[in-house]
Design a protein around this ligand. Structure first.
Ligand code: NAD
Length: 490
């Protein structure tokens, strides 16, 4: 059983780059699941728009193949797939010329009152030209929405230029900047946990929280995308967006209500309160790494195709938030490729109990830990100190209260992919889980000086073992503060 779904009104979703990888792997499977759940109504249309010549029939065949490849065979009865691909249409459009735009206009004609969402699943260099042509073709109505995804600039200046470019065609209230981490069920649960329970919020501050850890570990390498990745690195690819967004949701003040701007205002305040790092502090508090070759896998430098590259495939950082709630409580973040396993989580480590009434021999009283797991198995775990069961006297052990959502709700649930939630939010017009332009710029404003210092040689990358935990300096970053990372994927 899945959560109750409320159908949305009929809409037209135009996917620029509809023949590309993101559309096939993520967007169409997500829309298919929503269709299956009864949320996508009769009459909705999904229009692929891309440069290649293709008939409607060929595009439907392409979509069917994508569904067959990326949706589990038990989840896609033929009748459902047939019904879904009947919504598909295709228009050949060139982002860089007039070709195809009049035809796209014709397809959308007669449906001016319904939501038209334009999803730009294309390289970011096309964002500006496509927006210009949407405007020039007269396709913008109050019910038009634009969806874009990272990379949203590569520094504050380019992010600002991109925001300006988008705003020539769309109001901020029409722009949906996707960070798919925010569409994860557990991330939304972080808000429910904090603001729907009276239990945690009184403890959610530097008086009671020793530190916070945020990890997004990947086991995959950069592979064939090496040359592309090497122009960006983990700081741009993961920290500026996903990790800082998770940090904001963890650290923000309770918004007065759950409206999009109330939430985004609070996230923006956190970004503005991040402690700027001097070059000396970057040397101390930022660790960068590149994975070494393993017995049968190439090194980062091999895959990047540049033996002198100083781009990082791993980052760990200690971050301070300069406000009343968090002064004195560090946030440690780390992310990297080719690590032990794929695992993303937020760990709230509470302070140790102030005094132990037990004899020294009962075992160490570890501070409580709240673990919010984003992947692979979304769930929440609370580590408590309990008495080791048995008649042998008092011994204290740390044990998890574990709630995997799949088990905890007592019913079989399929965890929806983040794109399912986010795409439906676009259609519904709910921007809560999307980044506002000023947030993106504020995140770059904080990270730009770090990127500049690194480009000039600060925090030079160390190699780390393929399939390990990252460079040993990342462990030292915690160690020297008397703390330790939770094991990746524990
Ligand atoms: P892709 O190369 O697989 O597809 C690109 C699409 O753009 C194709 O449909 C192509 O026809 C279309 N296109 C190219 N030139 C065009 C033109 N002149 N006019 C109209 N259409 C044109 O790319 P992708 O992997 O699907 O990624 C698309 C974007 O999404 C990129 O910016 C990427 O960084 C971003 N992204 C991708 C992923 C992913 O998982 N693939 C994840 C996050 C973000």
């Amino acid at each position: 059983m899945v959560a109750k779904t409320v159908p949305v009104d009929p809409f037209d979703l135009v996917v620029f780059g509809g023949t590309g990888d993101l559309a096939a792997r993520k967007l169409f499977p997500a829309l298919f699941h929503r269709y299956q759940a009864g949320q996508v109504p009769e009459g909705a249309r999904i229009i692929g728009a891309a440069r290649g010549e293709m008939t409607q029939e060929a595009f439907r065949h392409h979509t069917r193949t994508a569904i067959e490849q990326f949706v589990d065979s038990t989840d896609r009865p033929k009748a459902d797939v047939d019904g879904f691909i009947a919504m598909m249409d295709y228009v050949q459009v060139d982002a860089l010329s007039n070709a195809g735009w009049a035809e796209l206009g014709n397809r959308l004609d007669g449906h001016a009152d319904r939501v038209h969402a334009f999803y730009l699943s294309v390289a970011p260099g096309f964002f500006g030209p496509i927006c210009d042509r949407i405007r020039e073709a007269g396709l913008v109505t109050p019910a038009t929405r634009l969806v874009v995804e990272k990379p949203l600039g590569r520094d504050q200046e380019s992010a600002r230029a991109l925001n300006r470019q988008l705003s020539e065609t769309f109001e901020e209230g029409q722009i949906y900047r996707i960070d798919h981490y925010l569409g994860k069920e557990t991330v939304q649960n972080l808000m429910a946990l904090r603001f729907a329970n009276a239990l945690f919020e009184p403890l959610w501050n530097s008086h009671h929280v020793d530190h916070v850890q945020i990890t997004a570990a990947e086991s995959v390498a950069v592979g064939k995308r090496g040359a592309y990745y090497d122009r960006n690195g983990a700081m741009r690819d993961m920290v500026q967006n996903h990790l800082l967004q998770l940090l904001c949701l963890t650290a923000m003040e309770p918004p007065a209500k759950s409206s999009p701007d109330a939430v985004r205002d609070e996230k923006l305040k956190v970004l503005k309160a991040l402690k700027p790092l001097t070059v000396a502090e970057i040397e101390e508090d930022v660790v960068r790494g590149q994975y070494a070759a393993g017995s049968d896998v190439p090194s980062y430098l091999d895959e990047a195709g540049d033996p002198n590259s100083r781009t990082e495939s791993f980052v760990a950082m200690k971050i301070g938030i300069e406000n009343w709630r968090w002064a004195g409580t560090p946030f440690y973040i780390r992310t990297g490729k080719r690590l032990r396993t794929r695992a993303s989580e937020i760990v709230i480590r509470f302070k140790d109990a102030p005094h132990s009434i037990f004899d020294a021999g009962v075992g160490k009283l570890l501070g409580n830990e709240l673990v919010i797991r984003l992947q692979p198995d979304e769930g929440i775990q609370l580590r408590l100190n309990i008495k080791d069961p048995g008649p042998g006297g008092m011994r204290i052990v740390s044990a998890p209260l574990d709630m995997s959502f799949a088990e905890g709700l007592g019913r079989s649930i399929r965890m929806p992919d983040a794109y399912e939630r986010l795409l439906m939010d676009v259609v519904r017009g709910d921007q809560t889980l999307f980044m506002r332009g000023d947030e993106v710029e504020a995140a770059w404003a904080w990270i730009d000086p770090i990127l500049e210092a690194c480009a000039e040689g600060a925090a030079a990358p160390h190699t780390y073992e393929a399939g390990g935990d990252g460079p040993s300096d990342s462990l030292m970053l915690m160690h020297r503060d008397g703390r330790r990372w939770r094991e990746i994927g524990a």
